[in-house]
Design a protein around this ligand. Structure first.
Ligand code: ZN
Length: 383
């Protein structure tokens, strides 16, 4: 009996030991799974958390370099949902579109038909004022301007913004440039772009000032309640084109009054990742039909896909655009093509509308979405 009792006791001991090892293994497994899950979901849930250790871009603590792997992209396989068609583009088209990059080294290649520009003073709402009837912008920028400054007024109660510049001719830019050199005594300007190299030639840029109690005060921009514009401009497709800390890239001093229209999805990426236009135009080259699209969720709940098509060696480049959903053959994606004014085209298409309705690929929706209808709610659009 004593022996049996001993043996039994010993067996229990071994059992407990096994159990302890089992529990330990289980605990390790649970820990591993939990870690794996938080790594998987944490990435999408909290982008900033992943970026804490990323180096800061010069000067501004708000702006961070985002490594490519942290930016959402579609798996290339999902692109076979679409059938593509193409538009032929030539180098003469490089300067056409909302994403043209123009700076001191890159001359504007596009052209503006002045008759098609919007006279801001004629089309503006009462939330702001305009210097005079010479201030003109492209129609897409006109709509965005009205919406943005109305929202600024709604948020702050201020109707003190004055738009004092828009489209500029070469001749006028020459005058401004000469005046700046004369007043500074320098050979070149860090404030006024060379003629042909100004964003104001595109019809997509505006300069603001503050007009209050009979006085102009541009220095109020970027301060106090006026920071609202910098914080919210992306929701309307505008970016502060010459931000603090990016002077070496933009080659222009910080100008809190100069805003550039690029379109909502692009302004959203630039805002979220702290990119100036020079950086963004470079960054977008990582996304192609082959590599996968850049997926962008905008503030209104829409989802856009963006990709780059480099200019090919020959005279013309086939810029592929999603034609229809393969399943139904009838769904179309509203899309836009813009040249980057340097070496290729950027395609943007609406994948999901703001109300959460998936455009294709969903088989049971017979409606065909008309291109760009969704983003142009204002009747003043003429293009
Ligand atoms: Zn300007």
């Amino acid at each position: 009996m004593a022996q049996n009792g001993y043996v039994r006791k010993r067996r229990y001991k071994i059992k407990y030991k096994n159990l302890a090892i089992l529990l330990a293994i289980l605990l390790i497994l649970i820990l591993l799974i939990a870690r794996g899950c938080s790594a998987l979901f944490g990435k999408n849930k909290d982008k900033n958390k992943d970026l804490d250790n990323e180096p800061l871009v010069t000067g501004d603590s708000q702006q961070q370099n985002i490594p490519l792997e942290n930016v959402p992209a579609l798996d290339p396989a999902t692109q076979y949902y679409y059938s593509f068609t193409y538009e032929d583009k030539t180098s003469a088209d490089l300067g056409e579109g909302d994403l043209v990059l123009v700076n001191n080294n890159i001359q504007y290649l596009g052209s503006v038909n002045e008759d098609e520009l919007s006279v801001v003073r004629e089309l503006k709402n009462n939330a702001y004022s305009v210097k005079d009837y010479t201030v003109k912008v492209r129609p897409e920028a006109m709509n965005a301007l009205n919406e943005m400054l109305l929202a600024f007024y709604t948020a702050t109660g201020k109707d003190t913004i004055m738009v004092n510049a828009g489209y500029r001719t070469l001749e006028y830019q020459q005058e401004l440039y000469d005046d700046d050199l004369a007043s500074s005594g320098q050979n070149s300007s860090t404030l006024v772009a060379k003629p042909g190299y100004s964003e104001h030639h595109t019809g997509l840029a505006v300069d603001f000032t503050v007009y209050e109690n009979g006085k102009y005060d541009q220095s109020k921009l970027g301060n106090g309640e006026y920071t609202w514009i910098d914080e919210n401009a992306h929701k309307f497709g505008f970016v502060n084109r010459y931000p603090k800390g990016k002077e070496t890239l933009t080659m222009i001093d910080n100008e809190p009054w100069h805003y550039r229209y690029v379109g909502v999805p692009h302004a959203t990426v630039m805002k979220n990742y702290g990119y100036c236009l020079e950086e963004y135009i470079d960054f977008i080259k990582n996304y192609t039909i082959k590599n996968g699209f850049l997926s962008v969720n905008t503030d209104d709940g829409s989802q856009y896909m963006i990709y780059y098509v480099p200019m090919s060696g020959g005279d013309s480049t086939s810029v592929y655009v999603p034609a229809t959903d393969k399943e139904t053959g009838t769904k179309t994606y509203p899309y836009e093509i813009s040249g980057n004014n340097v070496d290729g085209w950027i395609v943007t298409f609406l994948y999901k509308e703001g109300d959460g309705t998936a455009v294709p690929p969903v088989a049971d929706e017979p409606d065909v979405t008309e291109p760009a209808e969704d983003s142009q709610t204002d009747g003043t659009e003429t293009e």
